[in-house]
Write a protein that binds this ligand. Structure first.
Ligand code: SF4
Ligand code: SF4
Length: 374
C-alpha cells in the first residue's frame, strides 16, 4: 500500500467523511478573489483572528518544505440538533468540541499522531483557506452562498469542516473541483433568504454584514439597521444553508438524537443567557461557543436581549425591565431598551420613561429612540 492509500485508509478508519490531495502551490484563485474585494470587508481578520488571508494562501512560499496539501472532511451534522438550539446558534459551533476535547478533536489529534508515526512533516493552521483547499483537493464544490459542499460524501451537503494539512511528502493530486455545484433551477434561494443582505451576489459575501460576524466579533452596540434582521440568532447563522436545496436530502433524514446537546439546550435559553452569572457563562456556554472572549459575558447578554426583543413575547418585558435597571454594562442596558421598544405596550413604555432620567449618553439615546418608535 502506498502512502496515499495508507492516509485514505486511516482517514476512513477514524471516521472522516472524505480526504483529498492537491499540490502545495499557492491557492491563486483565492488570492485573486480576495484581492478583488474592497479591503474594508476583510481588514478585521488580521486583527481579530491574527490571520492574513492572502498570505495564508501562499502555501509553498510560507512552508518551502511542503510538497502536498491534504484535506480532511468531517461531517458535523451526523446527529440531529435540538430544535431549541437551531435558529439561535449555528450548528457548526455546537459541534466544535475543541475546548471539550471530545470526538471531533480526538479524531484530528489521532490523525496527526499517525502522520508522526509515518515520519511525515506536517503543518495545519487556520491561515490556510479551508474551502478553497477542499475544492482544489477535489472533495468539495462551492455554493453561491460561499459554503463548501461535499463532492462525494454526506449526500452533497454543506455541513462539513475541511481541515487542510501541508505535508512534506509527494502525493499524487486528485482532480480539482473548484466549481459551482448549484443546480441551474435554484434561483439563488440563499441570497434571497439572507436576512441582512450579507450575500450580495452569487459567491459574494460581505462578512461585515453577516450575522455570524456581528454576533461574535463586533464591539459595542449592534448596528440599528441589522438588529431586527438578525432575528433570534445569538451566535452564528445557518439561514443560507438551511434554505439550500443541496442540503435538503441530508436534513430530511431521520438522524439520531444528540443526547449531550439535548442536556445542554436549556443552558442556551434566551432568558438564561440574558441573566446568567459568570459561572454559567464560563462553564456552560463558553466551552461550546468560544469566539466571544471568556471575559465578554456582556456581548452574550446584549445578543440575548436583542433576540428576546425579536422573539416578540411580551411576557419577557418584566425581565428586560429588571436587566435594564440592574445590569452594569451599557450595551446590555441599551439593547434591553431597544428590545422593550420593539415589544411595545404600556408596561414597556412606562419602564422606559421612568429609566430615562437615570441614564446618560448611549443608553439614554437608546431609550429615547425606543420611546419614539413605540
Ligand atoms: S450566515 Fe446568515 S447572515 Fe451570513 S450570509 Fe448566510 S444567511 Fe446571510
Ligand atoms: S440556495 Fe441555491 S444558489 Fe444558493 S447555494 Fe444552495 S443551490 Fe446554490
Amino acid at each position: 500500500m502506498n502512502l496515499k492509500q495508507r492516509l485514505i485508509e486511516k482517514a476512513s478508519e477514524l471516521g472522516f467523511d472524505d480526504i483529498g490531495f492537491t499540490t502545495a502551490e499557492p491557492l491563486d484563485l483565492y488570492i485573486q478573489e480576495i484581492g478583488s474585494r474592497p479591503p474594508e470587508m476583510y481588514d478585521w481578520i488580521s486583527s481579530v483572528e491574527g490571520v492574513d488571508l492572502k498570505q495564508g494562501a501562499h502555501l509553498s512560499q510560507n512552508h518551502p518544505w511542503a510538497k502536498s496539501l491534504m484535506v480532511l472532511v468531517l461531517n458535523y451534522h451526523r446527529r440531529a440538533f435540538p430544535p431549541q438550539l437551531t435558529g439561535k446558534i449555528g450548528r457548526v459551533y455546537l459541534a466544535d468540541d475543541r475546548q471539550l476535547q471530545q470526538d471531533w478533536y480526538l479524531n484530528i489529534m489521532s490523525f496527526i499522531s499517525f502522520l508522526g508515526e509515518e515520519n511525515i512533516r506536517f503543518h495545519f493552521g487556520e491561515e490556510i483557506p479551508a474551502r478553497m483547499s477542499a475544492a482544489r483537493a477535489g472533495v468539495a464544490t462551492y455554493g453561491k452562498n460561499c459554503f463548501a459542499y461535499a463532492r462525494k460524501s454526506m449526500l452533497g451537503a454543506s455541513w462539513l469542516i475541511s481541515i487542510p494539512v501541508l505535508l512534506d511528502a509527494e502525493i499524487e493530486p486528485d482532480e480539482p473541483s473548484v466549481e459551482l455545484g448549484c443546480p441551474s433551477w435554484c434561483k439563488n434561494a440563499c441570497i434571497a433568504a439572507c436576512p441582512t443582505g450579507a450575500l450580495y451576489a452569487p459567491k459574494k459575501m460581505n462578512p461585515r454584514k453577516c450575522i455570524a460576524f456581528n454576533s461574535y466579533y463586533t464591539e459595542g452596540m449592534t448596528p440599528l439597521e441589522i438588529r431586527e434582521p438578525m432575528g433570534i440568532w445569538v451566535y452564528g447563522c445557518d439561514r443560507c444553508q438551511e434554505v439550500c436545496p443541496r442540503n435538503q436530502a441530508w436534513m430530511h433524514q431521520d438522524l439520531p438524537p444528540n443526547p449531550s446537546l439535548e442536556v445542554r439546550a436549556n443552558d442556551f435559553r434566551l432568558v438564561t443567557l440574558l441573566t446568567m452569572n459568570e459561572d454559567h457563562y464560563v462553564n456552560k456556554v463558553w466551552p461550546l461557543a468560544f469566539y466571544i472572549s471568556r471575559k465578554n459575558i456582556a456581548k452574550w447578554k446584549m445578543n440575548a436581549a436583542r433576540a428576546i426583543g425579536n422573539q416578540g413575547d411580551r411576557g419577557d418585558i418584566p425581565l428586560l425591565i429588571k436587566v435594564l435597571d440592574d445590569n452594569p454594562d451599557e450595551t446590555v442596558r441599551g439593547m434591553c431598551a431597544w428590545a422593550l421598544g420593539r415589544l411595545g405596550g404600556s408596561q414597556a413604555k412606562a419602564a422606559l420613561e421612568s429609566r430615562r432620567a437615570c441614564e446618560n449618553g448611549m443608553v439614554k439615546q437608546e431609550i429615547e429612540l425606543a420611546i419614539e418608535n413605540l
